[in-house]
Design a protein around this ligand. Sequence first.
Ligand code: AVJ
Length: 320
Amino acid sequence: LIDRESPQAAETAHVADPAFRRDIIEGLSRPVKATPPVWLYDQRGSELFEAITHLPEYYPTRIEIALLNRHGEDVAALAGPGRAVVEFGAGSARKTPPLLRAIEAGAYVPIDINGAFLRESTAALASALPSLPVLPVTGDFNRPLPLPGAIEGMARLGFFPGSTIGNLEPSMAVDLLRSMRAMLGDEAMLLIGMDRIKDRDLLIAAYDDDAGVTAAFNLNLLTRINRELGGDIPVDAFRHRALWNDDKARIEMHLEATRPLDFHLAGECFHMEEGETIHSESSHKYGSRDARLLLRAGGWEPVREWTDEEGMFSLLLAEA
Ligand code: AVJ
């Protein structure tokens, strides 16, 4: 039996997602090579990202969890009890159950494109909070999705942690916020994590750690391309680069060719010069005013912002 929603099953069967093939070929054929960050997260990539969240240099997860624990009661006071919490991305056990408890959620609706992850986090949630109705939705939340009928008439709280919004170009981030606004309705609130602009050395260290976990995470994309698309990319001839693009206020991850090289995939030949890169991810950072402007452009009115003493990371609550 093949579970069509499971990435592992797809790998064992060597059946590449057609969207993966299309995005990778298209991205590598451009004059400036760039691939969508979503493809970093195969099984191995997701495990490596989980390892990143435990690194000493990677502050966002640690600080966001501390903010959620410290201010859960403040969120509860502003949002009121009984809301349906709609999480964009499968919930993390470290972030979601404490929030659901603090705000006395009436239901939990995790949305994720990966059905296997969704089932895992749903099962974990059900045992952590046995009396809470959990109503998972499999789908791409970049477009409006129908929400379960069971939360009809319940006010909603959107939850979008992790600074995942930072992966999007600002125009796409605005579109996503508007789509969330349309999906969640007039009574809705949104609790969103955003990473702040800060000292560039701290930012770069967070995306180029000493243990090399982020490097492995980035390079894994090439291994995945070789495996799933039958490529012959010389992975050893690439190195991980993390750089701060000050103009766009974002960290960029690149895969840099350390020598001139050629590779083949899906019947096409690709050439790279020494020093040429594949831009594999951007992580936009937002100052306090930037964050409020972004939320307003996306149809949300900021209500409160909580940040740590050093102003490293922000948790923002907004209303429709
Ligand atoms: C999961 C997209 C929020 O941008 O910080 C971590 C991904 N990339 N290290 C981020 C990531 C490299 C992460 N997000």
